[in-house]
Design a protein around this ligand. Structure first.
Ligand code: TMP
Length: 242
């Protein structure tokens, strides 16, 4: 491997510098954590699969005019991305009740929401990413009103595209997390950043309801790597499902 300067190591990915100050390399690990790092493990081939799935989904979104940080995949586990300053607000878009929404509001997992719901979380490991309101974002200056409006609108466009795409391969897109960043070369421009993968989405098989995402790891359901492979296989990224 070429000697690269490591800029940041997160729970599932590592960021490296390149010769271009505005371009980074995003490396996908097999490491998996849940409950803010309390549960630790590894999912065989996860890095390879999430690199490919993120590449495909980012490319689909870019093709419909959504600006993304993704530039190109350069190896099995690496992709070139545009350097951004991450907005410290994570969005969760939900089409059905699941996970923390089911718990917080005492509702059944699987309930179909009459329209997509967008939630905001403050990106802070020490605070365990607390749920926040639009007023918190404004009052603490995490993003401007114009940025929030754009991010919210873009998240709903992304939902239309991804929900339709996953439906076409027999998968319900239940919910997912998005992050946005300001381009280092022009901070007025926001782009979709991070990754979109079974780590960051809930994906349920339409016929059987089988979970094809990280909940298999979080909840010790078994066949974790197989589920990630199944998603990639249906996306046409690999020729066999395991
Ligand atoms: P939640 O129901 O636990 O709030 O999760 C909502 C969605 O966000 C789910 O698809 C998993 C994803 N997610 C992440 O990508 N990272 C996280 O740290 C958490 C808590 C959830």
């Amino acid at each position: 491997m070429i000697d690269r300067q490591k800029l940041y190591e997160g729970k599932a990915k590592v960021l490296f510098a390149t010769d271009d100050p505005h371009v980074l390399i995003q490396y996908f690990k097999d490491d998996a954590t849940a409950f803010n790092g309390v549960k630790k493990g590894a999912i065989h081939d996860k890095g390879v699969i999430n690199n490919r799935i993120t590449e495909r989904l980012m490319t689909i979104l870019e093709a419909v005019g959504i600006p993304v940080h993704f530039l190109e995949r350069i190896s099995e586990r690496e992709q070139k991305i545009r350097r951004v300053d991450i907005v410290p607000v994570e969005l969760v878009v939900r089409n059905r009740v699941a996970g923390s929404m089911a718990k917080r509001l005492g509702r059944e997992e699987g309930e179909i929401l009459p329209r997509p719901v967008v939630e905001f979380y403050y990106k802070s490991d020490p605070l365990d990413d607390p749920l926040i309101t639009l007023d918190h974002i404004a009052v603490f200056g995490w993003a401007s009103a114009a940025e929030v409006a754009w991010i919210q609108q873009t998240a709903l466009r992304i939902n239309d595209v991804l929900r339709g795409y996953f439906a076409s391969i027999g998968i319900h897109l239940v919910d997912y997390k998005l992050e946005f960043g300001r381009l280092s070369e022009d901070p007025r421009k926001l782009v979709l950043a991070d990754e979109i993968s079974p780590d960051t989405c809930r994906l349920w098989d339409m016929k059987t309801g089988k979970k094809l995402d990280k909940d298999r790891f979080r909840r010790d359901l078994g066949e974790v790597s197989e589920a990630y492979h199944e998603v990639a296989f249906r996306m046409g990224l690999f020729t066999t499902s395991s």
